[in-house]
Write a protein that binds this ligand. Structure first.
Ligand code: ADP
Ligand code: MG
Length: 262
């Protein structure tokens, strides 16, 4: 691992999914999803990915998190090729990157207490003592604006925005270098979206969290990111600083995104 290695370097990712067979013979038909996506993220400089539904954003996020293997291309986190690590080394590397998903209902196990949920990544890495787990849980719950007593409640006792805070607390618990957030506010009411975005911004400023933030909404990523990629049909059609994209969108798709921001 070299000191100058970017936090995350994604090179020439291609991916496709198998389609149902329409004929018995011949090659299996494939749905192409990513066509040579490249980007890198350096510490402290969050990257946004915008694109319409079906453009390949979640596939990109899952591949970047090594939750899915690309057809070709590479993902390096701090110089380590994630898709070539042995399972044990990948598990250990997960300390450095955590994920927040769109759905604050589906991604939290309803049968577990908040404390159990937020400390799950610690247990995946080792065997924290009860005292350690409780202390870290209290710390991350405070960071996301939840109360100490919330640790002993269950997900159904919280609103959507609070559940997303729990998911963010879980992501923070390993003190990751990078958080990949895939549409983290899309399932929330507009007023709650702003609160959760403000929390993400605060974590960025006060705790040095770097994001790969994925959204269909250019305004959402512009709020938090230093650079934005515009993805269309699995290709990066434009990239730049949010202010530049808003002022001088070059690609017609980016122009339509800018026009859609109120
Ligand atoms: P986005 O997050 O931008 O909406 P996705 O990465 O979820 O895009 O999906 C890109 C394309 O790949 C879509 O056409 C979607 O239907 C398809 N797709 C996504 N996941 C799978 C999968 N596991 N199997 C088959 N097709 C998939
Ligand atoms: Mg998606």
């Amino acid at each position: 691992m070299s000191a100058s290695a970017p936090l995350l370097q994604v090179r020439d990712l291609h991916h496709h999914y198998p389609l149902p067979r329409t004929r018995l013979l011949g090659p299996r038909p494939m749905l192409p999803v990513l066509h040579g996506v490249d980007f890198s993220i350096t510490t402290g400089r969050s990257l946004g990915v915008v694109g319409e539904s079906g453009s390949g954003k979640s596939t990109l996020a899952r591949i970047a998190m090594a939750l899915e293997t690309p057809a070709s291309g590479s993902v390096q986190l701090l110089g380590r090729d994630l898709h070539r690590l042995a399972p044990g080394a990948l598990r250990a590397a997960r300390r450095d990157f955590q994920m927040v998903f769109q759905d604050p209902y589906g991604s939290l196990d309803p049968r577990q207490t908040v404390q159990r949920i937020v400390t799950e990544p610690l247990r995946a890495l080792g065997r924290p003592t009860r005292a350690e787990a409780a202390a870290r849980a209290a710390e991350v719950l405070a960071q996301v604006g939840l109360r100490p007593g919330d640790a002993h409640k269950y997900p159904h006792e919280f609103s959507g925005g609070q559940r997303q805070r729990i998911a963010i607390a879980r992501a923070l618990i390993t003190r990751p270098r990078l958080i990949v957030a895939d549409e983290p506010v899309s399932a929330l009411d507009v007023s709650v979206q702003a609160q959760v975005l403000n929390l993400l911004a605060e974590l960025q400023e006060e705790h040095g969290v770097t994001y790969l933030l994925i959204s269909h909404d250019l305004a959402v990523v512009s709020h938090l990111c230093d650079e934005v990629l515009v993805l269309q049909g699995g290709r990066v059609v434009e990239r730049g600083a949010p202010r530049e994209l808003f002022a001088h969108p070059q690609h017609p798709y980016t122009q339509s995104l800018v026009a859609a921001v109120p």
